[in-house]
Design a binder for this molecule. Structure first.
Ligand code: FPP
Length: 243
């Protein structure tokens, strides 16, 4: 066991969010179809979730499918949707029995009824858990989330439940999909791209970022541990001057 004897310092990230990029290139490098890479990527999600308690990570949020990903070929989109269904069916019991609470964020409207049903069931089956909170962003886009939140907020104003003067930085996030989650402390993007691609735009205002070259299917718990340790040694000031 490489590093299981280590425990994270108290200053490790409580909430880690990951843009899991590079599945397609990983597969292409092996002469395989892109979906082969997505399947390998799904296995890494399992490893990373398993590593969270030891690393002191209470919240893990992963970007599984963006509002822009519908532009991929029909074969890839259908393959990803089928992978999500299979992942949920296969992992529900393990996630439930290992103390993981699962939530989905994103707009469900465009997803198929069977997938929505599986998502609802997984959320319900795990709602009593509190060891690790796994949030899966599926048909998620940060701008779309803010737009949907604003729509609900505007409705509350129109219905007299909210006064415009009461809309501030504390109020708006209550309407976001992530309203029950703390903001991410650390956002990781794999595969060498230094972009945030519409992920957790509001929530990551003060997050630390790590852009690493590893392709997602090659990402390991050991690498996550290294990033958490490096996070713990940084000084986050949230715009303030050190005391
Ligand atoms: C980006 O790689 C990855 C995705 C769009 C899909 C992410 C999905 C998974 C990791 C699998 C399943 C996840 C769960 C939670 C079950 P890319 O295809 O853009 O890679 P490329 O940049 O090399 O083409």
């Amino acid at each position: 066991m490489p590093s299981s004897s280590h425990t994270m310092p108290d200053r490790g990230p409580q909430h880690v969010a990951i843009i899991m990029d590079g599945n397609g290139r990983w597969a292409q490098a092996r002469g395989r179809p892109r979906l082969f890479g997505h399947h390998a990527g799904a296995r890494r999600v399992r490893d990373v979730v398993e590593a969270c308690p030891r690393l002191g990570i209470k919240y893990l949020t992963v970007f599984a499918f963006s509002t822009e990903n519908w532009k991929r070929t029909q074969v890839e989109v259908a393959g990803l949707m089928s992978l999500f269904r299979r992942y949920i069916i296969k992992e529900t019991r393990t996630l439930r029995d290992s103390g993981v609470r699962v939530r989905f964020i994103g707009d469900r409207v465009k997803l198929d009824a069977k997938l929505i049903e599986l998502m609802d069931t997984l959320e319900a089956e795990t709602e009593g858990n509190d060891l690790v909170h796994l949030t899966i962003a599926l048909n998620y886009g940060g701008r779309d989330e803010v737009a949907r939140a604003t729509k609900r907020l505007a409705q509350d104003v129109a219905d007299g439940r909210l006064h415009p003067d009461d809309v501030d930085e504390e109020t708006l996030p209550k309407y976001l999909d992530t309203h029950v989650l703390p903001d991410p402390d650390l956002v990781i993007r794999t595969s060498g791209e230094a972009r945030i691609s519409n992920f957790l735009l509001w929530q990551s205002a003060y997050s630390e970022y790590e852009f690493i070259d590893t392709l997602w299917p090659d990402f390991t718990a050991a690498e996550l541990e290294r990033l958490c340790l490096s996070y713990g040694s940084r000084d986050r000031r949230f715009g303030a001057v050190p005391a």
